[in-house]
Design a protein around this ligand. Structure first.
Ligand code: FDA
Length: 282
C-alpha cells in the first residue's frame, strides 16, 4: 500500500465495493445507516461516465443482496455533466430507476457553485419522475434560503451542509460565524417545513442547536437524521445513535480519492500537518 493510500484510508472505506460493504455492515451493527459514494468527479467522456453509472447500479444490487441499510450519493460531474446536461440526465435516470425498483434512495451531492443552478434544474426534473431522490444545500451560499424554500415546496429531501468548496465572496459567506448562523436558520426552516431533512455536520454546536430546536418544537427523532462522514468524529456518531437519533454515515470508496481527500485535509489544519509529517517520514 502506498503512503498516500495509507493516509487516505482514514476517510475512505477502501478501493472496492466489498470494502464499503464491510464498513456499512459494521455501521449497521452499531445502529447507524449509511450512504455509499463511489469516488470520482469531473469525468470528461461519455464512456467513463456510463461506466461510473453502471458501477452505481451494481453497488445498489450489492446493497440489496447483502441486506445493507444504505442509500447512495453521487456527483453529477462524475455522471457526465461536463459532457452535457442531456447526457447526464439519461445516465443518472438509469440509477434512479434501479433504486426505485429496489425501494432505495439516491442523493445528488452538491459541487462547486458553477454547478448549483444546473444541478437544481436537473433535480427538479428528476424528482417529478423519481420521488426516491434528493439533494444537498450548502449553508455558505447566499442563494440557499431561496433554494430551500423551493425544494420544500416541491417536497424534495435536502441534506444541509456547510459547503466544502472555496467560493467567491460576492456569492458566499466567508466567515465561519456567518456560515454557522445561516446553517442554524436553514436547519430550522428544513425541520419545520422540509421532508425528512438530513443535518450533515460534525460541529457539536450545530448538533446541539438541532437537538434543542427539535425538542422545543416537538419534532420527533424519527422526523430527521444527522449525517456525518466516514472517519470523522466516530465517537460522536455512535453517541448520537445511542441517544436514539437517526445517524447516517457517508461512506466513500474507489480509486479516485484525491479530490475528496484534499477537501477533507483542507477542512482541518491538523490533518494537513499529519499528512505532511507522514509524507516525509522514512
Ligand atoms: P467544521 O468544518 O467546522 O468541523 C466541525 C468539527 O468536526 C471540527 O472541529 C472537527 O472536530 C471535525 N471535523 C470536520 N471536518 C474534519 C476533517 N476533515 N478532519 C477531521 N475532523 C474534522 N459538502 C458539499 O459541498 N457538498 C456535499 O454534497 C457535501 N456532502 C456532505 C455529506 C455529509 C454526510 C457531510 C457530513 C458533509 C458533506 N459535505 C458536503 C461537507 C461539508 O460541506 C463540510 O465541508 C464538512 O462537513 C465539514 O464541516 P462541518 O460541518 O463538519 O464543520
Amino acid at each position: 500500500m502506498s503512503i498516500l493510500t495509507f493516509l487516505a484510508r482514514r476517510f475512505i472505506a477502501g478501493e472496492k465495493i466489498e470494502d464499503a460493504a464491510r464498513v456499512i455492515k459494521n455501521l449497521n451493527q452499531n445502529g447507524m445507516t449509511a450512504t455509499l459514494d463511489i469516488l470520482g468527479e469531473n469525468v470528461k467522456s461519455e464512456q467513463e461516465a456510463t461506466q461510473k453509472a453502471d458501477s452505481y447500479i451494481q453497488a445498489l444490487d450489492v446493497i440489496d443482496k447483502e441486506r445493507l441499510n444504505s442509500h447512495a450519493s453521487l456527483k453529477l460531474t462524475q455522471m457526465g455533466m461536463d459532457v452535457s446536461d442531456g447526457f447526464c440526465y439519461d445516465n443518472v435516470s438509469r440509477i434512479f430507476e434501479k433504486a426505485a425498483s429496489l425501494n432505495n434512495f439516491v442523493r445528488v451531492d452538491m459541487e462547486g457553485s458553477d454547478y448549483t443552478r444546473r444541478t437544481l434544474d436537473l433535480v427538479y426534473q428528476w424528482h417529478q419522475q423519481f420521488p426516491n431522490m434528493g439533494t444537498v444545500i450548502q449553508a455558505m451560499l447566499f442563494r440557499s434560503l431561496e433554494d430551500i424554500k423551493e425544494l420544500n415546496r416541491r417536497k424534495i429531501r435536502v441534506r444541509l451542509c456547510k459547503g466544502a468548496y472555496k467560493e467567491p465572496r460576492d456569492i458566499a459567506f466567508q466567515d465561519r460565524r456567518d456560515i454557522n448562523e445561516n446553517f442554524v436558520s436553514l436547519m430550522r426552516l428544513l425541520l419545520k417545513e422540509g421532508d425528512y431533512p438530513a443535518i450533515a455536520t460534525h460541529d457539536e454546536k450545530l448538533i446541539e442547536a438541532t437537538k434543542e430546536f427539535t425538542q422545543q418544537e416537538g419534532i420527533g427523532k424519527d422526523q430527521f437524521e444527522f449525517q456525518m462522514l466516514y472517519g470523522i468524529r466516530r465517537g460522536l456518531q455512535l453517541r448520537l445513535a445511542q441517544e436514539g437519533y437517526n445517524v447516517r454515515v457517508y461512506v466513500p470508496y474507489g480509486t479516485h480519492w484525491l479530490p475528496y481527500y484534499l477537501r477533507r485535509l483542507r477542512e482541518k489544519r491538523e490533518n494537513l500537518l499529519f499528512f505532511i509529517s507522514n509524507f516525509f517520514k522514512d
